[in-house]
Ligand binder design. Structure first.
Ligand SMILES: NC(=O)c1ccc[n+]([C@@H]2O[C@H](COP(=O)([O-])OP(=O)(O)OC[C@H]3O[C@@H](n4cnc5c(N)ncnc54)[C@H](OP(=O)(O)O)[C@@H]3O)[C@@H](O)[C@H]2O)c1
Length: 327
């Protein structure tokens, strides 16, 4: 490969799934004033990546075609823009990319969304953190008001799809707070989810799992809802009087429920989550991994040359933890 070219994965139009991903050689990007150039060590896939391919964020993302997807990366800094003060070549980092570019041998990231990766945190673990970890963190702390230092009154939490990318972090982070955790997942992942910190686990294919009934008869103060297809009525009957559902995948139905709750003055709430990445929160997650208090669960690792397999696996919707791509 020519010296200033790199291997990247891109798509050129909306739709088409994994089959539409093409392997190309493109110029290595140049970091702008406030950016760092990274040699990729690992990236992870999130459902938002293929939802963007399906046009969910049209017309904002992709900003243009062809588009290199991928927002979660870990890598080594090889060059910095003239305004960058906190990083130098050779530094190991984790970054979240606002407008893709992650599925490539080299990646540019904003300094403001890049954090140091200590040696105790592997590249795959680091790349598994940004979107899913930050979503779980924001849902618990900002939306639900759970204090992760263990202070505050005990909160009964339900976490749906606790075996997924977001759910696994939601369980582990919630456990740091003063919480009782009920979690849902498939039968094959019940032991794993318990080991992450859930106090009780429901198989989502059983009648009690469908009904979201707490085995110990608890009502939920907070639900961190990490999947789709559960009607408000099912939550309603399981919520405490001031219970709150934080919906990670707000659709038209949940936004209408929000409006209806306001009209009926119900104290139960449905809060849509729109994750806004913050550097200090990513630093906090990396620190927890370093200290052994948070363990990213990795479903599978795929070479960049087979990124389409990782993409298809995410679309399939049955990953246990995060799907990682490595150069
Ligand atoms: N709002 C935001 O800012 C934001 C940020 C990040 C993510 N999200 C969204 O959050 C959702 C979850 O993301 P993710 O990365 O966690 O997805 P994911 O990793 O693909 O989730 C897959 C997991 O969900 C489980 N699952 C599927 N349906 C379930 C159900 N009805 N009950 C219990 N478990 C179920 C699957 O278990 P089985 O294999 O056993 O079926 C699998 O382990 C996605 O829609 C994503 O787009 C939103």
């Amino acid at each position: 490969m020519a010296k200033d070219l790199m291997h990247a994965v891109q798509y050129s139009k909306y739709g088409g799934g994994a089959a539409a991903l093409k392997h190309v050689e493109v110029p290595i990007p140049t970091p702008k004033k406030d950016e760092v150039l990274l040699k990729l060590e690992a990236a992870s896939i999130n459902p938002i990546d293929w939802k963007i391919q399906n046009g969910m964020l049209r017309p904002f993302l992709p900003s243009k075609f062809p588009f290199i997807p991928g927002g979660d990366v870990a890598g080594e800094v090889v060059k910095v823009g003239p305004g960058v003060t906190n990083y130098k070549a050779g530094d190991k980092v984790v970054a979240v990319l606002a407008s893709g570019g992650g599925l490539a041998e080299f990646v540019v990231a904003k300094e403001s969304l890049t954090v140091a990766r200590p040696p105790e945190v592997s590249a795959a673990e680091g790349a598994s953190l940004p979107v899913a970890g930050l979503a779980a963190h924001q849902a618990l702390t900002q939306c639900a008001g759970v204090k992760l230092d263990g202070s505050g009154q005990q909160v009964n939490i339900l976490i749906t799809a606790a075996s997924g990318g977001v759910g696994q972090y939601a369980v582990q982070l919630a456990k740091l707070g003063n919480t009782h955790i009920t979690a849902t997942c498939g039968a094959r992942n019940m032991d794993l989810v318990k080991s992450l910190g859930a106090d009780e686990v429901l198989d989502y294919w059983t009648p009690d799992g469908v009904a979201l009934k707490s085995p110990s008869g608890r009502k939920y103060d907070v639900v961190i809802h990490c999947t789709t297809g559960i009607p408000w009525s099912t939550f309603d009957s399981n919520l405490s009087a001031n219970g709150k559902v934080v919906d990670t995948t707000p659709g038209l139905g949940s936004l209408m429920s929000v409006a209806l709750k306001k009209l009926t003055f119900s104290k139960k709430q449905l809060v849509p989550l729109f994750m806004i990445p913050k550097k200090e929160n990513l630093e906090y997650l990396v620190k927890l991994v370093k200290e052994g208090k948070l363990k990213p669960i990795i479903d599978s690792k795929h070479p960049l040359s087979k990124a389409e397999d990782a993409w298809a696996k995410s679309i399939d919707g049955h990953a246990t933890g995060k799907i990682v791509v490595e150069p």
